[in-house]
Every structure is written in structure tokens, then in C-alpha cells.
Design a protein around this ligand. Structure first.
Ligand code: VG1
Ligand code: CO
Length: 538
């Protein structure tokens, strides 16, 4: 039986950088998730009778909303939902399922790297038929719909049993519960030389992968341990938990500190990696070497032809604007396109679909390629393993040789978290107002607010970050986070190019100290926010 339930709009359902993210307590309000999901369906066309992929990162509240989404899909006329067993799908695995099974789209329940649990965050994201996050045009339409919605449709309870794989029905709709790992693991096998990685393991090579109590546990156990043959225990924190075991599943040196302390000092494993809540981010460390995500993108690009999936070369490399320009140097050397987009994976989709870019990356621990339309944590780990297996060098040697060849882009992001929202907006507005007067002083050559003209669909996106570009190519960038759920987070991105290999060994914060001081004084960070220093440095 299909129920039509009367509702009234919520004012705060505007999707951010990556879908709608709110506190669990907000999502638990009656009708809240239902309103948003119905607004998504109302903004789509031509899905009647077609397939919808549904999955989530297993965080607290996942099991409730997944049943809601399935019952609403049935009531709205989808022909089939394909859902991960126990409601689990990593974000890249969901993207793969959408593409592989020609679904009309997918709903991903995740707040990614944000903490989970009853006091944590929850999120809903819609992905389109190419497997990628909905573009701005669609998220704008969804938001507009949330402002006028007056009813939603939902199949009467009960929902469906997601514990067992196989097919059942809900009203006129088929419900197919699939193993979340199988198709994804198959895709990885087509891209990377598993035999070469096995040979590397036989030389005594060891690694640790920290799943951070989140969704990649089952993927990493299957691929790294069962398929590649790394010994049991290689995967840490490999069981997905609703509260991630109390962890903040953000794979940086702070939150993945356990892994970093194991690998970085030496004497432990040769290689360390971690992923986030929904499996789309990656952290890469070796003995004595933390690989910045910006460098990782450049290094993967420079070595891509060593892997079967990319042996034919790359069409181009895309990076988000605040990501360092290290990848641009590789693109230049390879004679391929270098693209610069706003922050958020949704801006890469068109470039990938149009064949303009093969690899993409963001400074925020996100790397990916044409194989899906999301960033992909385990994919990056496997690509590193494939390259290590072929080059037989340590992570540190690969990175320092890369710098010696291309020069080093010293890079750091300073986050000022949970700042008063008004103060953060005040800082950005004041900076914006002063843009015309900033150039010409302190070595700044240009100062602007980044706007992006999509080369494929011609859409224009404005106000994507304030850029101070120095005469020597150094950059300071300011933007506000679009994924937080409390207050505001000011992100300051700082970059400087150093061609002299004799100086590449400098500590990053020291190498950037002049720019860091400027980043604080020019924007008046202390005055506006009351903060003398950032809360997180990556
Ligand atoms: C952050 C990152 C951005 C990333 C986004 C989603 O957004 O900076 O690069 O695409 O998170 O990642 P923001 O607006 O907070 O800076 V995930 O893994 O949280 O879906
Ligand atoms: Co994520």
C-alpha cells in the first residue's frame, strides 16, 4: 500500500559541497529525511521503472533511513533498487554499481569523514546516472523543491530484510540485496596488476591499512588480505561500526595518528594507508614520508603507465583549485590537459565524461579516475601498491625523486574549525571587498575570487575561494567549508614552489612560515575569529 503523507518544508535543506549534511538529531525530526528524498525524486525525470542504487557508510541512523529510502523508491515508481547487504556501500562502490548496472542514479547515506553516533553527523547525497554527485543545477532544483514540498509518497511498512543477499519485492518494485564488495573488487582487478603486487609481498613488503572503523573494512579485508595475500592483521579497525568506534574517520595525520605512529618512524610496516567514513578518501604514508594528497595526485599521474588500467596514458589531469599545482607540472611534461575546478567532486564529472581528464584529485585526501565518478580511497592505495611493485623503491624515494625531477610544491592547509559563522562570513566579506587593493603589495600579483566556467556545459560557478597569487607563483587561498554541521570552518591553503632540490628536505611549516604569517595578517584571522592558530593542520 502506498501512503501519501502531508508535510511542510524545512528551511535548511540546501545541499553543500557533498550532499545534505546535518546532525543526527536534525535528521531524526519527523519527515526530515522523507522531505529531502521526495524533493530529490521530484527533481528527476524519466526514472519510472528504472534502477536506483542505495547504500551507506553504516553510520548511526543508516539502517532507519535506508528503509525509508527503499519504501519511498517503491512508492515513487522505481522498478528496482539495488542495495548493499546490511545497507553498506562505500561511495566509490555505489558509483561503480550505478555505472555497471546502468541505474538511473543512486542515494548514498553518508556524512563521509564527519564523526558519527547519536551526537554525530548524518548525510544524504544523490548521484546521477554517470555515477557522480549531482551537479549544481540539480542540487539547486532539489533545494528549491524542499522549500515548497507539501507531501511525500512512501510504501507502508514493513521494509525489507537487508541481512541476506538475493532478490525480494516491495509492492511493484524489485529489491536486490547485493554483496557490497564483489563488483568493486572485480573492477580493481581489471585496473591493477595484482600479480606484481603479490610478487612484491613475497619480497617481505608489509603494509597496514586503517579502515578507521568505517565502511572500507570489508573491502580492504577482501582485496588486500584475501585477494592479494597480505597477512591477516594488515587491515586495522576493519569492522564497520555505527559510531566508528568513537573515531573521527578522517584519514589525516591527526585522526589516523595510530597508523602514522606505526609507519612514519620506521621499523614498522613499509607502507601505510587509511580511508574515511565512506571510503572515498585516502592517506598515504611510508617510512619517514607523509605523502601530501596534492603530491600523491602528481606522483600517480607521473607513474600511471606502470599500471594496466592506465598503460595507454592519460587524457588530462584535473584538480580542485586549492589543490597544489604539483599535478600541473606533470601534465605539462606529459603534454596533456591540466584542469582546475572548484572544490567538490561534482565538478569533475563533466571533464571525465567528456574524456578531457583521466585522473582527478583534491588536496583533501581525494584521488580518483575515470573508473568511477567519485574519489576512491582503496583505488588510490592499490595504484600506489602497483607503482611500488613495479619501481621497487620506498615511498620516500619515489617522492624525493619526483621532487628532484619536477621541483617541490610545499603545501599545507590550515583549518580554523567551529568558528562563529558570522565572524567567518565577516572575514570573507572584508577580504572580498579589499581584493582590488591587495594586488601589488606583499609580492601579490593577482587577488581574486575564483569563478569556474565549465568547459563542457558552459555553466558558471562563482565565489569558490579567494585567491592571493604571488609573483613567484606562491598562493594563499581562503574558503569556508561546505560540509560542516556546526558553526563555520575557515580553510586556508598555502603553497610555494621550490625548484632547488637542496631545499626539498625542509620541514613544510618552516618552508611556508613567511606565507603562513601573511595568511593570518592579511585576512585578520585573529581579529575576526579570536583564534591565534588553526585547529587542524594538514
Ligand atoms: C571537503 C573538502 C572537499 C571534498 C569534500 C567532500 O569540503 O574540502 O575537497 O570534496 O569535503 O569530501 P569542504 O567544503 O568542507 O571544504 V567527503 O570525503 O567529506 O565526501
Ligand atoms: Co568521504
Amino acid at each position: 500500500m502506498i501512503l501519501t503523507i502531508a508535510t511542510t518544508p524545512f528551511e535548511d535543506q540546501k545541499p553543500g559541497t557533498s550532499g545534505l549534511r546535518k546532525k543526527v538529531s536534525v535528521f531524526r525530526q519527523p519527515h526530515y529525511a522523507e522531505n529531502f528524498i521526495q524533493s530529490v525524486f521530484d527533481s528527476l525525470e524519466g526514472f519510472q521503472g528504472r534502477t536506483l542504487v542505495i547504500g551507506g557508510d553504516g553510520r548511526y541512523h543508516n539502517s532507519e533511513v535506508i528503509q525509508t529510502a527503499i519504501r519511498m523508491a517503491a512508492a515513487n515508481g522505481f522498478g528496482r533498487v539495488m542495495v548493499g547487504q546490511n545497507g553498506l556501500l562505500s561511495t566509490p562502490a555505489a558509483s561503480n554499481l550505478i555505472r555497471r548496472h546502468k541505474a538511473s542514479g543512486g542515494i548514498i547515506l553518508s556524512a563521509s569523514h564527519n564523526p558519527g553516533g547519536p551526537d554525530g553527523d548524518f548525510g544524504i547525497k544523490y548521484n546521477i546516472s554517470n555515477g557522480g554527485p549531482a551537479p549544481e543545477k540539480l542540487t539547486d532544483a532539489i533545494y528549491a523543491r524542499t522549500r515548497t514540498i507539501s507531501s511525500y509518497r512512501i510504501a507502508a511498512p514493513p521494509g525489507v530484510d537487508l541481512a541476506r543477499t538475493g532478490e525480494t519485492r516491495l509492492g511493484g518494485m524489485a529489491v536486490q540485496v547485493v554483496d557490497p564488495v564483489t563488483d568493486y573488487a572485480e573492477l580493481m582487478r581489471t585496473l591493477f596488476d595484482f600479480e606484481a603486487i603479490r610478487a612484491l609481498i613475497r619480497t617481505g613488503f608489509t603494509m597496514r591499512f586503517d579502515a578507521m572503523g568505517a565502511v572500507t573494512g570489508p573491502y580492504a579485508h577482501r582485496i588486500l588480505e584475501d585477494m592479494l595475500g597480505f597477512p591477516g592483521g594488515t587491515v586495522m579497525n576493519g569492522t564497520p561500526l555505527p559510531d566508528f568506534g568513537g573515531r573521527h574517520p578522517d584519514p589525516n595525520l591527526v585522526h589516523a595518528g595510530e597508523l602514522a605512529r606505526l609507519v612514519l618512524p620506521g621499523g614498522g610496516p613499509d607502507f601505510g594507508a587509511a580511508s574515511d567514513g565512506d571510503g572515498d578518501r585516502n592517506l598515504i604514508v611510508g617510512r619517514g614520508m607523509y605523502v601530501t594528497p596534492s603530491d600523491s595526485l602528481a606522483i600517480l599521474a607521473a607513474n600511471a603507465t606502470l599500471t594496466p588500467g592506465y598503460a595507454g596514458g592519460l587524457a588530462g589531469i584535473a584538480r580542485s583549485m586549492p589543490t597544489s599545482r604539483a599535478a600541473d607540472r606533470v601534465a605539462e611534461k606529459l603534454g596533456i590537459g591540466a584542469w582546475e575546478t572548484p572544490t567538490g567532486w561534482k565538478f569533475f564529472g563533466n571533464l571525465l565524461d567528456a574524456g578531457k581528464a583521466t585522473l582527478c584529485g583534491e588536496e583533501s585526501f581525494g584521488t580518483g579516475s575515470t573508473h568511477v565518478r567519485e574519489k576512491d580511497g582503496l583505488w588510490a592505495v592499490l595504484m600506489w601498491l602497483n607503482i611500488l611493485a613495479r619501481r621497487r623503491l620506498s615511498v620516500a624515494d619515489i617522492v624525493t625523486r619526483h621532487w628532484a625531477e619536477y621541483g617541490r610544491n610545499f603545501y599545507s592547509r590550515h583549518d580554523y574549525e567551529d568558528v562563529d559563522a558570522e565572524a567567518a562570513n565577516g572575514l570573507m566579506n572584508a577580504l572580498r571587498a579589499r581584493l582590488p587593493s591587495l594586488a601589488g603589495r606583499n609580492g601579490i600579483a593577482t587577488a581574486d575570487d575564483f569563478a569556474y566556467d565549465d568547459p563542457v556545459d558552459g555553466s558558471r560557478t562563482t565565489k569558490q575561494g579567494i585567491r592571493l597569487i604571488f609573483a613567484d607563483g606562491a598562493r594563499i587561498i581562503y574558503r569556508l567549508s561546505g560540509t560542516g554541521t556546526a558553526g563555520a570552518t575557515l580553510r586556508v591553503y598555502i603553497e610555494r614552489y621550490e625548484p632547488d632540490a637542496g631545499l626539498h628536505g625542509m620541514e613544510t611549516q618552516a618552508a611556508l612560515s613567511g606565507l603562513i604569517a601573511l595568511s593570518r595578517s592579511i585576512a585578520g584571522i585573529g581579529t575576526h575569529t579570536g583564534r591565534a592558530a588553526p585547529t587542524v593542520i594538514t
